[in-house]
Structure formats: structure tokens, C-alpha cells
Ligand binder design. Structure first.
Ligand code: ZN
Length: 412
């Protein structure tokens, strides 16, 4: 019997994988509306129980990460008074399975990072869990589009949501995540759209022109056609003021937590702004027929003196997005050791250029060009040459191989 069941699961997984090849994932965010104090309490208990379960497993991962651990109805929780038993009442079995799977996934990515020689610690205790996996559409959650309602497993009430209209008719709904943010509760719904249609929409807006991109600190993106895209979203004055005020409050006091909550909210606001700019930049880049970019070592930038500035610009986010975009339009990564800044993009002459020089003045052909534009043009040229050379173009192209999760880990 067991064998038949396992075989069936394997087949379904295989079918899904086959289907996903012709689909593109999109995540839609919808916000839960009109929540009463009781609703918040119910939702909060989900997040609290998720934290208990997560920390319980993490505390003794070798012995507790068993195939059956999600079946537990009671876990031990560490309190200032010692260990206490807590009942898991609200989390459905699928939610619990999702949380355990998350631990397994995190372990795997840690292992992978370690294999790559990246220094990583172990999984740490969470002071708060802010996301609960809702694995299967139709079971853990359900939406009714015409009524703008969401039903979450184990909760009797259907929540009113805003934003369901964004989801296209032909989208196939998959898993979702229930998210707790300072500004409220959200559902992140993963949908699969027909790849062909998405590609057609991209093609309609596309210009028949490839583009090279140079990543920088002053201008975050410099394109080979001379365009510069810059943004800098610093921490707000309000945030700095709040942080100062927090430092004067008594730790653990009511006012302390109030201010802390306000700080979280402000962070959410800043990060939303940063994400917004990234979205705009990526949708601009989508218009080009292909993208060439240097696989710069963002990590070394971050560790170096550019650290703060890089964080504020979210360049790491852009690269992660480009790697995802690579499933839709070709994105070519040029080796980071390619001397793109020291080569004249007109005649190919190589010369030294110091960091402070903003203009490339060629000692061979005499032409002058903005340093970053020159570099972006060289990046594009390198890829075009590689593509024109039948021997080289047969080499596998590095695109979309690294998943955002791993990328995020390697950034840490
Ligand atoms: Zn030259």
C-alpha cells in the first residue's frame, strides 16, 4: 500500500514539474481588512505557535527533526522560570508541516553555503516568526474572488481582503504565506501564469536592442546606451529620531515596545520604497532584448567601505531580481575579472584608470567617454563577442542557476 502511495506522489510531483516548465511564478500581496481585536488575537496565536514549534525543533535539531515532529500537539517552551509545556491548538497539520519543511530547507542552504566556503553559523532561535506557510491552495487557504474573501484553514471567519483583482483569470494558484508586518496582516499568494502569455506581453513592449549594465555606487545602474539610473533611499530622519528616543526608554517598558513598533513600521516604509524603485528599474530593463551584466562581487563591496551605501541602494536585490528575470529574457553574466573598466570601448586599447577618474580618456584613439558608460559598453561587447564565436557560445551560459535564497545567504 505504502509503495503505491509513494509512487502516486512521485508521479504527481513529476507532472507538476513538467507543467511548471511552461509557467512563470508571480507573487501577489493582499492585505487582510477590517480585523477585530479577536481576529488579531487568533492570527497572533498562529504566529506564536509557529515560533514555539520552530524554536523547539531548533533547540535540539539532531533529535527533534524527525519525520513525525509536525504531529506534536505540545512542545516545550523556554521561559524565565524554566521549561513549560505549551499546546499547539491553532496551527493546522499542513502549517506545521510547512514550518518543519522550512527548517529542513534552511539547513540545506546552510550546508550548501558551507560547501562553497562561506562562513555560516547554525540556525538560530527566532524571537518572532513573521511568516506562516500555507502549502496547498484549496486546503490551507481558499479565496473567493467575487466576494473579496480569504478563508484560512482552522479559522472559522472568512477575512475580507484587498487586492485580489490583481490576480489574472488564467493564473494557477499555488502556495501562499501568511505574513505579519508592522502595518498589518498580509497574504503572499504564489501564482503560476502561462509562460507563453507573459513572454508575449514582454515582447510587445520590447525594443530590439541588447543592453549592458554597469553597477556602481554613485549611479546604481549605468546602461551601455548612456542612461543612468540612480536612487538613494537613506534611512529617514524619523527613523533616526525614533532610534534615539528608544535608547532613552527603559528596556522592556511599555513605551519601549511602543517605540520599537513604530521603528518597525518606519523600516517597512523605507523598504517598501526601496523595493518600489527596484521594481521600476527591473521593468525598465525588461524592455531590452537581452541583458549583459558583470558578475561583480557585491559581497566584497558590502564588506568594504561602500557597505552602508550599497545597503541603502538595494543593488543586491537588483541582482537577485535579474537572476529571476533570466528565466524570461536572456541575462548574461560576464566574469568579474574581465577588465571592463580599463579597456577603451571604441578601440579596445587597455590602460590603467584610477578610481577617482570619472572619464575614460583613451591614450590610443583619443576618444573620451564616461567611465561607467565605457564599462557598460565593454560588458555588452564581451557578451556579443562570446555569442558571435560559435566555440564560446556553445559554453553554458550562467543564468538563473542561483536561487534568490542562496544568493541572500551568500550576501550575509
Ligand atoms: Zn580608444
Amino acid at each position: 500500500m505504502e509503495q503505491v502511495k509513494a509512487e502516486k506522489i512521485r508521479n504527481t510531483l513529476k507532472q507538476t514539474r513538467e507543467k511548471r516548465k511552461h509557467q512563470v511564478p508571480r507573487v501577489y500581496q493582499v492585505k487582510l481588512q477590517n480585523l477585530s481585536a479577536r481576529d488579531r488575537e487568533t492570527l497572533d496565536s498562529l504566529f506564536l505557535e509557529a515560533k514555539w514549534l520552530y524554536n523547539y525543533v531548533i533547540a535540539d535539531i539532531e533529535n527533534r527533526l524527525t519525520p513525525d515532529v509536525w504531529k506534536l500537539k505540545e512542545v516545550e517552551v523556554k521561559t524565565p522560570e524554566g521549561f513549560e509545556k505549551r499546546e499547539i491548538k491553532q496551527l493546522s497539520s499542513q502549517m506545521r508541516q510547512g514550518i518543519v519543511e522550512r527548517i529542513r530547507r534552511n539547513l540545506t542552504s546552510l550546508k550548501k553555503a558551507k560547501e562553497k566556503g562561506i562562513k555560516v553559523g547554525k540556525l538560530s532561535f527566532k524571537s518572532e516568526v513573521r511568516s506562516i506557510p500555507l502549502k496547498q491552495y484549496g486546503i490551507t487557504y481558499k479565496i473567493s474572488k467575487d466576494k473579496n474573501r480569504v478563508k484560512i484553514q482552522g479559522i472559522g471567519k472568512k477575512f475580507r481582503v484587498l487586492g485580489l483583482h490583481q490576480i489574472p483569470e488564467d493564473a494557477e494558484l499555488a502556495e501562499a504565506h501568511l505574513i505579519k508586518k508592522p502595518s498589518g496582516y498580509y497574504l503572499h499568494i504564489v501564482c503560476y501564469l502561462p509562460k507563453e502569455k507573459v513572454m508575449r506581453e514582454i515582447k510587445e513592449k520590447q525594443v530590439n536592442q541588447p543592453i549592458g549594465i554597469d553597477l556602481g555606487v554613485k549611479h546604481q545602474l549605468t546602461l551601455s546606451n548612456g542612461e543612468k539610473i540612480s536612487w538613494y533611499i537613506p534611512e529617514t530622519k524619523r527613523l533616526i529620531r525614533l532610534q534615539k528616543s528608544l535608547s532613552r526608554k527603559k528596556k522592556g517598558s511599555r513605551n519601549y515596545w511602543k517605540t520599537k513598533q513604530l521603528i518597525r513600521r518606519e523600516w517597512e516604509y523605507i523598504n517598501n520604497k526601496r523595493k518600489d524603485v527596484q521594481n521600476k528599474a527591473v521593468s525598465h530593463l525588461k524592455r531590452f532584448s537581452f541583458i549583459a551584466i558583470q558578475d561583480d562581487s557585491i559581497k566584497s563591496w558590502k564588506e568594504g567601505y561602500f557597505g552602508k551605501q550599497i545597503q541603502n541602494t538595494g543593488i543586491g536585490g537588483i541582482i537577485a531580481r535579474l537572476r529571476t528575470l533570466a528565466t524570461l529574457i536572456p541575462v548574461f553574466f560576464v566574469d568579474r575579472y574581465e577588465p571592463t573598466t580599463q579597456t577603451c570601448s571604441f578601440c579596445g586599447h587597455k590602460q590603467k584608470i584610477s578610481l577617482s577618474e570619472r572619464t575614460f580618456k583613451c591614450q590610443n584613439c583619443g576618444r573620451e567617454i564616461d567611465r561607467d558608460v565605457n564599462s557598460a559598453r565593454n560588458i555588452l561587447k564581451t557578451v556579443l563577442e562570446r555569442l558571435a564565436d560559435p566555440l564560446k557560445s556553445a559554453l553554458p551560459v550562467d543564468c538563473g542557476e542561483v536561487k534568490p535564497v542562496e544568493w541572500a545567504l551568500s550576501l550575509r
